[in-house]
Write a new protein. Structure first.
Length: 412
């Protein structure tokens, strides 16, 4: 039923909205506490066990905040735990992964020219890589190798580079970037769920029982929190990249992803240094700009390796091609959309197909039938500002074609 496509689109919109809301809450609280922690002031009048304090003003009120390295002498009756922002961000993100990439694996994940596998195999690779990434990361952090934070961070960076390269040899460029983001975000959220919150609960339980808490739990949580701080900005880039084919749809996409992680470090280093009142390392912005220019250059370097993906039409795509109206639909798409949605767009100012969507073969059109139906048939989202002057009659043709193919009817 064609109503299914409309309902599905709204469901994905709702889950995406939830994901953005919770991500804002999680990132906002994370950045706030990092800045607060780095800006704490020390003085002799602090209560016993207090590490530092900060006075802040916001919204017409004054706030007096004190931090204890281990815990206060007496446990307060009410504690605010910052955890659900992280949990719901991950859950909603995984929901998006299921709704968009797993449900549409043959379109968004699998590129036969990269790795020709079935949908179940592609989904299994995805799940195993994400779960395995957390297990590998956690074991390294808990090993003696993880005792040196600098050494650990360098090693983790090269692991992320290897993972970026690996994903681009498993999935489409779009899915590779999304999975690299999911791989990293899972580590971040699992740090909160498996390490940071449990360690804090151990400290609270010790205080309630009258025992002196072991400071190691705070140190471990601090290490994982620092990792989260430096990984946040690259994850945001990777999650947004699916809208920008120049990022994911080029030969050197894995190198671009690797440089993005370095940009996350340079940007966060400037903020962290400033918040700690330890100077103003403006050189980090120069490095960031240079890295971004390199990324822009890499995105437009002519491909050294070439190869055309298979044009085989799957059974699910077949009804859209065999429909009676398909020749007219193809003519409409080629005349109204292909000037932008081509491997080499001819529309002035467009140098890469939007979202990486290409309409050059029957398979291309059939594979994106639902998007065509929603974007150019049911709505007027495409073409933007109706730049190619698609007519109402042509829009009705797209609607009739899709709905008839979905219902198993002959398009008249």
């Amino acid at each position: 039923m064609y109503e299914y496509a409309i309902a599905w689109d709204w469901i994905t919109f709702a889950v995406r909205w939830l994901h953005v809301i919770t991500a804002i809450a999680w990132i906002g609280s994370s950045f706030y506490f990092v800045a607060l922690d780095l800006g704490l002031k020390k003085h002799p009048q602090l209560p016993p066990g207090a590490y530092g304090e900060e006075w802040q003003v916001h919204g017409g009120g004054f706030y007096h905040i004190q931090k204890y390295l281990v815990a206060p002498a007496n446990m307060p009756e009410h504690l605010v735990w910052f955890k659900w922002e992280s949990y719901v961000t991950w859950l909603s993100g995984f929901g998006m992964l299921c709704l968009v990439y797993y449900a549409g694996a043959d379109l968004y994940m699998i590129d036969p020219a990269v790795l020709d596998v079935s949908k179940p195999v592609a989904i299994a690779i995805s799940l195993c890589s994400i779960a395995g990434g957390w297990i590998m990361y956690d074991l390294i952090c808990k090993s003696p190798f993880g005792n040196d934070n600098t050494r650990l961070m360098v090693a983790l960076y090269f692991i992320l580079v290897a993972v970026a390269w690996g994903y681009t040899h498993l999935f489409t460029g779009r899915a590779a970037f999304l999975h690299l983001g999911a791989f990293t975000a899972t580590i971040m959220s699992a740090n909160v769920f498996f390490i940071i919150i449990p360690n804090q609960k151990i400290v609270v339980a010790d205080l309630i029982a009258g025992r002196k808490p072991d400071p190691k739990y705070g140190r471990i949580a601090k290490q994982r929190s620092t990792h989260n701080n430096y990984l946040t900005l690259p994850v945001l880039f990777l999650m947004l990249s699916n809208h920008y084919p120049l990022a994911f749809g080029t030969q050197f996409n894995w190198i671009i992803a690797s440089l993005v992680f370095l940009m996350g470090v340079t940007i966060r280093h400037w903020f962290n240094t400033r918040h700690a009142n330890a100077g103003n390392p403006t050189w980090t912005w120069l490095i960031t700009v240079i890295l971004f220019i390199i990324i822009m250059w890499l995105s437009t370097v002519p491909k050294i390796l070439t190869g055309e993906p298979t044009t085989k039409i799957s059974a699910t795509q077949q009804p859209f091609v065999t429909a009676q109206a398909f020749p007219k639909v193809r003519d409409t798409i080629m005349g109204r959309c292909s000037m932008c949605h081509a491997k080499e767009p001819s529309w002035d100012g467009i140098i890469a197909p939007p979202k990486g969507v290409v309409f050059e073969t029957d398979r291309d059109i059939a594979a994106h039938a639902r998007e065509i139906y929603l974007q150019a048939g049911r709505s007027h989202a495409m073409p933007p500002a109706n730049a190619s002057h698609i007519t109402d009659e042509e829009r009705r043709l797209l609607v009739s074609w899709y709905e008839s193919a979905i219902n198993g009817e002959k398009t008249q």
